[in-house]
Design a protein around this ligand. Sequence first.
Ligand code: ADP
Length: 567
Amino acid sequence: MSTPRTPQPRPFRRRTLWLGFAAVLLPLAVLLCLEYRWLVKLDHASEVAHRAALANYLEAVAEKVQSFYNWNAEKSLNVPYTWFTEDHLGQVAYYFKKKPPKGARRLFVASFVGEKKGQILYFDSTCSTFSQPPWSAEARAVYVATSSWETMAHKGAELETVTLAVDERDPRHRIILNPIIDDRSKVVGVVGMVLDEEYFRSVVLPEKIAEALPAFFLADDSRKTVVEVRDRRQQTVFSTDPSFVGSYEVEKPLRFVFTDWSLGLASRHPTPGDWARSNFAINLGLSALLAAVLLGGVILALRTASRQMKLSQMKSDFVSNVSHELRTPLASVRVFGELLRLGRVQDPGKVREYGEYIENESRRLTQLINNLLDFSRIESGRKSYRQEPADLAELVRDAVRTFEVRLRQSGFRLIYHGPEEALPLLRLDPSAMVHAFSNLLDNALKYSGDGREIEVRLRRRGAWAVLSVRDWGVGVARDEQEKIFDRFHRVSTGLVHDVKGSGLGLAIVRHVVEAHGGRVEVDSKPGQGSTFSILLPLDALAVEEAPGQDAQGRAGEALPPLLGGEA
Ligand code: ADP
C-alpha cells in the first residue's frame, strides 16, 4: 500500500517569488521615477538660477569698474571754482599731485573765465604740466569734449546739479569731465581726465573681476570661470583665460566708461542640475545594488522556506512510512504466531515455513528499529563505534546468511564473489559494518523490481577493501545519486515511490563507513540497476596480514545452499 506524497507546491513558490520581486522592484521603480521627475524640474530651475548667478556676477564686476572711475574722478577732479574766477589755476598741479587719480593717462583743466579763459592746461600722469600739441588726436578729443561746456559758459547757463560727464566719441581717448560751477551755478570751467586704456585692461579689470568673485563662487573654483571683455568689433581685449575658445553663457555691457565694451562669462562650474544628475547616477547604481541584495534575500528566504517545507514533508512521510513498516510485519507475526499456538498447522513443512516467516519478519523489524536507534544516536551525536579486529569476509557471509530466508521467499538468487587476493583483518565495529552492509542488501531486495539477482563482491582494489552490492533493479537517476544519502530523502517517482522505507538506510551507511575512514560509491543507471560500494582504507584499518584463505571466504567457496557461489 502506498501513501501518496504531497507534491511540492510549485505554483505557490513561483507566485511568492514574483510577489517578492514585485515588493522589491516596484517601490524602487517608483522611487527612481520620482527622483527622475524631480531631477528634470531641478534641471530647469537650476539652469535659470545658474544664469541669474552668472549675470549677477558680471553686474557686480561692471559696478565695481564704475565705482572705481567714479570715486577717482570725484576725488581728483573737484577743484574750487575760485581758482578759475580768481586766476589761481597754477595750484591745480599741486592739487593733482596731492590727490593723484588712478587710471588717468592725462589730466586737463579748461577755463572759461578770467585770465586763462579759453585755455586748456594739460598734465601728464605724474601731474606735471604738459604742453599738448594742439593738432594731436588727444587734444582734438579734449577740445570736442569741452566745447559744449564752453558754449554753455558763454551763454551763462546755470547748472542746478553737477555730475560727472563722460565723452567717448573718440574710443582711443575716453574722457571723464567734471564741470566746475561758481556760487551762482554758472559753469566756469571743466576738469577732466583722459583714461589710460592699458591701465584699465591690465590693472582695473583683473582686480575688479577677482574682487567680485568670492561673493558668487568658491575661491578654489576661480579657474572654472572665464571672464572676457570684447570691444565694439567683438574683438577680445581682455580674458582671464586666453586659451578659452567658446561662447559665453551671459554677457553684459560695461557702464559709465568703456560703455561700448562688454563683459562675457563662460562658467565651467557644476550647476545644481549637474550635481543632481551625478547623484541620480550614483543613486541608480546604489538602487540596483540594493535591489540585487534584496532580491538575493528574497530568493534565500524562499529557498530556506522551501527547504523547511521539504524537510517537514519528508518527516511526515517518514512517520507514515515507519508506522506502516512496523505495522505490516507485526500483523503477520501475530497471525502466524496464533496459528502455531492454536495448533491449526500440523504439517511439519508448514510449521517450518511459518516459523521462518516469523523469524524473517522479526529480522526486518530489528533492522528497522536498529536504523531508527542508530539514526537517533547519530543525530544527537551519541553514536560511537567500538572497533576491534574483524574478518570482513566472515562478517559479509554471516550477514548474507541472515537474509537467507527472505531471499528464498522472494525468489532471489544471490551471487557472492569473495576476494581473490586475501584481505587482512580490519579494525572495525563489526555490528555497525554488518548493519551498513545489511542496509545495502535490503535496498537491493526492495528496489530490484523484476530483477531477481543480487551480486555481492568483496575484493581488494589498491589500498582499499571494496564491498559492493549490485542489483538489476530500478536504478537511481544521476541527479538523485548524491541526495539519496541525505536523511529522509527518498526518490519520489516510479517503483521506489510504491516501496516503503524510512529514508535513513543510506544515511546510516555513509555515517558508518565515514567513521571508519572510508567512503560509499554509487554507480547506477535508471532501469539498469545499481552498484553500491563500501570502500574501506586498508592502510588505516588493517591489523595484520591476511589469515588463511579459508577464513576469507575465497571465490568458489561453498555457500549456503540457496546462494550461488561464483568466481
Ligand atoms: P529507504 O530505502 O528506507 O527509502 P535509504 O536511505 O536506504 O532509504 O535509501 C534512500 C533512497 O535511495 C531510497 O528511497 C531509494 O529511492 C534509493 N535507493 C537506495 N538503494 C537503491 C537501489 N539499490 N536501487 C534503487 N534505488 C535505491
